[in-house]
Ligand binder design. Structure first.
Ligand code: NAD
Length: 354
């Protein structure tokens, strides 16, 4: 156990359960909102309309225009819609894209209630992101934490198996990096281990039966815990690398996390034995990196960066970008080490220790 740590109480109110979406109205009232703008991705417009109908006179509009990585012009239009409608609160329903848009609005506009429908975990963090001129800027600001997060596993029944799997692996990455973060704590480690157990138990069951209600609830529960880990700690090499690959090479967010995670864990494990031990216990193995790589295979998830669009020629540039600024990581991040890691991930080879 760490002998020194700092721990703030968990900052976000959570309502969890099948049918919990029906409590959004109560949560909106509790937050003090009386004019609510409902935000979603275009694909979720119908759920957003349904939610607005449930809110009745409290809803003043639906804005189903969220786009992945929150382009600045999309954020500007959402802020303008909130202003024009004199909204004093938003409800974001959907994945990280809808929640990311609500965060962009909350930065200098009304706060929000989040209703997540994927396992990305953004709702539990104070991290916002905005993309302009091909560059994604991120920052931390407590104003972007939702007032309440309503987790309803029923809303995830429609999440396609392939998205469920990569989104779930994305969530696991938060727990893995929280375990060796410079600001880790024993409580966060407990959350991470429980999150890993819940998700790795649920994902194979979801592949077998995507409508399995017990597995859907367990996966969302695990995603909440892993998202909490993300919001409570500073991420290292894995998140830095995935941010680079997504931002500069246009690789898909969750799929990239899925492929990269076992390789970064193998790279970091020798320098983070306590984290590796917690993961080993949660996964029932003495090689958690290999276990995650095998899990991705069992789940039919992508295992190579090549299948996601990266090429041999991109590797050196990715290494350069990912080593440009220093950041906390248990193992030293060297160009040679990163090149070997990316080559293995490019071709879908099993992870090799750092
Ligand atoms: P997403 O929100 O774009 O959703 C992925 C796809 O799944 C979309 O097409 C969406 O319409 C669809 N979808 C969502 N829920 C569904 C459901 N229940 N049924 C059917 N389809 C559904 O992607 P995501 O993976 O949830 O989030 C990725 C984004 O979130 C990225 O921009 C990432 O950078 C950001 N993110 C931010 C943080 C943070 O702390 N700020 C944390 C994690 C992710």
């Amino acid at each position: 156990m760490r002998e020194e740590f700092t721990f703030g109480p968990l900052p976000t109110r959570v309502v969890f359960g099948r049918g919990a979406v029906k409590s959004v109205r109560d949560e909106v009232v509790r937050a003090g909102f009386s004019r609510v703008l409902v935000l979603s991705s275009p694909g979720h417009a119908e759920s957003a309309e349904r939610l607005a109908a449930d809110l009745g006179e409290l809803a003043v509009g639906v804005h189903p225009h969220a786009v992945v990585h929150v382009p600045a012009d999309v954020a500007d239009r959402a802020r303008a819609a909130a202003r024009d409608l004199a909204a004093d609160g938003c409800v974001a329903i959907g994945g990280g894209s809808a929640i990311g848009l609500a965060k962009a609005v909350a930065l200098d506009g009304p706060p929000f209630v989040a209703v997540p429908t994927t396992y990305a975990g953004s709702e539990m963090t104070p991290v916002w992101g905005l993309t302009a001129d091909g560059r994604k800027r991120t920052g931390r600001d407590e104003r972007v934490r939702p007032r309440t997060v309503v987790y309803d596993p029923d809303l995830t029944d429609s999440l396609p198996v392939a998205v469920s799997v990569t989104s779930g692996m994305n969530a696991l990455a938060h727990a893995v990096e929280a375990l060796y973060a410079p600001d880790a704590s024993p409580v966060v480690s407990l959350l991470a281990a429980e999150g890993v157990r819940a998700l790795t138990g649920a994902l194979p069951a979801l592949v077998h039966d995507p409508g399995d209600p017990v597995a859907r609830a367990a996966a969302l529960y695990g995603a909440w815990l892993c998202g909490t880990c993300l919001g409570a700690t500073t991420m290292g090499l894995h998140h830095k690398l995935c941010h680079t690959l997504g931002g500069s090479f246009d690789l898909p967010h969750a799929g990239t996390h899925t492929v990269v995670l076992p390789h970064v864990l193998a790279y970091n494990a020798p320098a983070a034995p306590a984290a590796a031990a917690v993961l080993g216990e949660a996964l029932g193995t003495d090689d958690p990196a290999l276990a995650l790589w095998e899990l991705a295979g069992t789940l039919g998830a992508p295992r190579s960066l090549r299948e996601l669009g990266l090429t041999d020629d991109d590797v050196d540039r990715a290494v350069e970008l990912a080593t440009a600024d220093p950041y906390a990581n248990p193992a030293p991040v060297t160009a040679d080490g990163l090149r070997a890691l990316l080559r293995a991930a490019l071709d879908g080879h099993p992870p090799v220790g750092g």
